[in-house]
Ligand binder design. Sequence first.
Ligand code: DAH
Length: 342
Amino acid sequence: MEDFLSTLRELEETGSAAIRGAGDPAELEQVRVEYLGRKARLTLLLRSVGELPPERRRPAGAEANRVKKRLLELLEARAAELAAAVAEGRAESDATLPGRERWRGARHPCTLVTDEICEIFKELGFVRARGPEAESVWYNFIALNTPLDHPAVDEQDTFYLGSDVVLRTHTSPVQARVMEKWPPPVRILVPGVVYRRDPFDASHAPAFEQIEGLAVDEGISFVDFKASINYFVRRFFGEDVVTRFRPSFFPFTEPSAEVDVSCTICHGKGCSACKGTGWIEIMGAGMVDPAVFDNVGYDSERYTGFAFGMGVGRIAMQRYRIPDIRLLYESDVRFLAQFERA
Ligand code: DAH
């Protein structure tokens, strides 16, 4: 019996070492035949259990079966390891296999449009400014001449992060932040994300990019306002595009205007992109309301200015003929790669 058990122990040790040492599937097969084949010592040993004295048969048989099971498990695990190594090795060394495609990053259409707008206004002396997306009620509404009981607040009722902090509903609060910090003259552009309680549909997104503009100095007139916007539209959309200023209302501008451009897709004839009107609305704008200057400590008798705010996504949709705003926010690099300029 001692012999039986010590032989088993030896077979277990040498067998598992041989399995671990097998360098390829063929070698492993040899090891299998040697340790678990029909004529292997372990097989013969198992067969000889019946020749042992009756009281020893059970423990001897159990031990021999345990060793057999263990070696089989080791064999299986090693076979899987070797198979994986073979597969990898082939992929690395076979030059005829197709290459793995690498995903290149690409700039988002909104980023492309923002950069292009900033470049054009840079020529007119505008610099970029930024502000926080979590904004105080003061900057988002009150400083912009929008008391909280003003009906304009309803339209922008938004995501509150506490009683005094909102996710900003527009980039306009950065106007007030910059004016508080810097004396005139000011000429800034403010790109950034804003948040609205809007549904996610073909033409609305609850979070979207805006770009804000503000120019303040002595002697800025409505003519400067119209001329600057016209200059921008012609540079951005093309010389043949017509600009239209429609009277409107914003609490922080007086007078206020909504600016449309003739549809670049149908050239004013009317198509699905412009909903048959021939015009695309690109911004809200106007002459800065003196009350805003008073709120930020500017002398409203001395200074005047104009401001505007545009939805970058809508402009990108027009520029790149994107039919649904959700494509801007739900797509991956395959979508983005279509718009990157060389
Ligand atoms: N903040 C406005 C909005 O989000 C857009 C706007 C209108 C910005 C007029 C302005 C402005 O600076 O003068 O709807």
